[in-house]
Design a protein around this ligand. Sequence first.
Ligand code: PEP
Ligand code: MG
Length: 544
Amino acid sequence: MEEYTGKAIFRGIAIGKVCFYEKGEQMVKRGRIENAEEEIARYERAREKAVQELGALYDKALKEVGEVNAAIFEVHAMMLDDDDYNDSVKNIITSQKVNAEYAVAATGDNFSKMFSGMEDDYFRARAADVKDISERVVSILTNRDRTGYVGDEPVIIVAEDLAPSETVQMDKSKLLAFVTEHGSSNSHTAILARTMNNPALIGIPIKKEWNGKLAVVDGYTGTFLVDPDQETLAQMEAKLQADQESARLLLQLKGKETVTPDGKKIRLYANIGSVADVAGALSNDAEGIGLFRSEFLYLEKSDYPTEEEQFQVYRQVAELMAGRKVIIRTLDIGADKQVDYFNLDKEENPALGFRAIRICLTRPEIFKTQLRALFRASAYGNIGIMFPMIISVQEVLKIKEIVAGVKKELDEQGMKYGDVELGIMIETPAAVMMSDELAKEVDFFSIGTNDLTQYTLAMDRQNASLESMYDPHHPAVLRMIRMVIENGHKENCWVGICGELGADTTLTKEFLEMGIDELSVSPSCVLGLRKVIRETKAGTGTAV
Ligand code: PEP
Ligand code: MG
């Protein structure tokens, strides 16, 4: 048995034969031509055919993986229309008197190198795309087949790397998993793998000799086993069965409405911390994102993320959620989430200290950068913004003033943005007590029960020795939630819960009776909670 560990980019277990997928990399021969005009015409015909093929691929992907994920083929078609790309091909044909396939391959290489040298992740990811379109045109010029046939029985695809067009062309019913040596978790191929619901690993040093051998992919641990021994195989089969069992529950509830037997509809959203987490939200059929903890973006960096970097991330999430609500929380740094480059002073009581909105309002340059990125991304989906750790109406008024300034600036620069709902987190007792007035200023409240519990009970949520006394079901917390919902509804402000308590199904009945409008939970809790909501009457609880 051979065992390897890579990075799992989508969870799940797969057991089956390996299909070594050969890239179809094309050795392009350089040939001398006499008539450059004829060669350019030959290139134009191949280019047009490639655009037609991409149109057909778009239609196929649209049916199988949805509009947002199919969009990559539109991007490819647009790349083939790009003047710089076409001028480069034609210039190589004319100036070097070479055949079209050589000119296309050389252009593809040049552009790909240029993109992969760029700092921006988005452009680096385009390197694979430009190679992909060039290979498509070369295939047409050389009459080679690129249909992605992987055989008749379901297989684990093992490849050095996979281009999005290769992935989507494969017959989905014949795919068990993807294992690649290269590739990144943010590439479109990874996004497609997740959307196709196949376990996928990257970073596995692949071998051609595995072709046809039995293998196991564990998308929970990142493990890849070739020729597993009997004992390991039996263990993995048991794991697969358990996985299939929960998937059955998942399947039954996917696509079903989150509605109580007496007709109250609940928005059942998911909490995420990165673009990669959207896969879990989608595969668990979350109806939106109720909390995107944007501070993770700052935590994984060694310096402030730029407006552009943030914009790309927020836009990707908005696009992946394809019109469903995406609520992004502004930076919640401080307390347990410390970032060196913020150079914050050491504090006696960090949980009660300089954190979250307090930092943003004191250092507006950081706040404005994030708001600009968020508003720009709102042109690509249905974004809502919420602000953490609010204690007063004055803070909200100040935030609204800064937001108005950011929108004015974007207007002046001719930058688009969408209609953005603004909300606040209710996670301090002060916000609870002021919720009647706060509700007049915002579109929604999202109750952060994790912090609300610690501040209400005056118990550090990080302190393990308080574990036995720490009671999130404390009546004080539940009364506060009720109060917030009542005050919110009086002002037509919808109310959700995004703290961990939202997923506690022993409280679902109570929340429904209180009139909760939204529950935002970890992706893996979505379907279990949907089941409970569909079985629980809301009684008098009314929604906004
Ligand atoms: C909360 O406090 O309930 C919350 C959702 O925010 P975080 O857990 O990130 O503090
Ligand atoms: Mg909190």
